[in-house]
Design a protein around this ligand. Sequence first.
Ligand code: G3I
Length: 360
Amino acid sequence: MRVSSIVAGLALASSAVASPTFGWGKKHRDSLYKSMKKSGRSFIGTALTLRDEPREDEIVDANFNAFTPENSMKWESTEPSQNNFTFDDADRYAAYAKKNHLQVHCHTLVWHSQLPAWVSEGGFDNKTLIGVMENHIKKVMTRYASVCTRWDVLNEALNENGTYRDTVWLRTIGEAYIPIAFRLAKKYNRGHAKLYYNDYNLEYNEEKTAGAARIVKLIKSYGGCIDGVGYQAHLASESTPTAPGPAPDQATLEAALHATADLGVDVAYTEIDVRMNTPPSAEQLQVQSDTYNRIAKSCLAVRKCVGMTVWGISDKYSWIPGVFEGEGAALLWNEDYEKKPAYYGFLKGIKAKKWGWWWW
Ligand code: G3I
């Protein structure tokens, strides 16, 4: 690590933001990265799928100090059959992080999706499934102990009404699977990763946000450790067939962040994208820009909001059009890797916060 990054790290470590500050060593002008660094928060990141697109490397280098591997650390990628661990793909991301001095938001350990059938349909009893969970957490966390800045220990465990999602974990183990997952994550956390619960629609659905707060309290009531809650922020700038619009106002976003931050954990936007009906008009792109602007402002208005991750770089590769037909254009760069109005709205939102770390 360069001296400048160590100095920056020390300066930021004195702030009230209780989260790692690694990765702020680079010097680029007028990027998301540079502005976020000034804000005193821990990270600005992107979801990353390594592909043959040199423009993506340039964009990551100029704008981000963190990334989330989009798919490579999920269970189906790392343990496709029982106790057969396949780390080749995830290792590429670990190497990329080290080479480029980037934080990694590691994603994800316990989830119902992208979970191989040998787990979800294995018919394991309670004790055996806990053993399966422990083996997975142990092997994956230990392998990436020197890489992961944060870990999504548990992903998307809630229904929209705040009750627990019906998954193999809940059906077999009961709600105790949640504190058990966090206890195991702490046990095998050989590095310094912050341990997160991560979910979507927490930004405006009060019932679901209350569910996330309940999860934080549950883990703590078992004597466990949870460091943060990830607000995915898969939002829509207008009403679409699959989402209500417009996206929440700033007060709603801040209130949602406070709902768990006030319990003493960090919060972060972990998977931001703002979709719309496509193809977009200039007016739609401006509404999207305003949305990105207030997402950024809401994070920077909440002291415990440690960073933000956008869920991909270019609209060319976003997951949205493939899942929600007729929707998309959700990211900061268009399909030709040109900055969209959303980029400038997001940047302006980050810059709206004055230098913060020294007055906290
Ligand atoms: O890699 C295979 C390829 O070999 C195969 O030919 C192809 C055929 O469909 O599929 C490829 O896998 C796809 C994978 O992305 C990698 O591209 C899967 O089908 C596809 O389902 C998978 O989608 C991912 C999705 O999670 C799965 O749930 C998206 O890329 C990823 O952006 C998305 O991310 C999730 C977060 O993890 C959790 N929060 C919601 C978010 C958006 O859905």
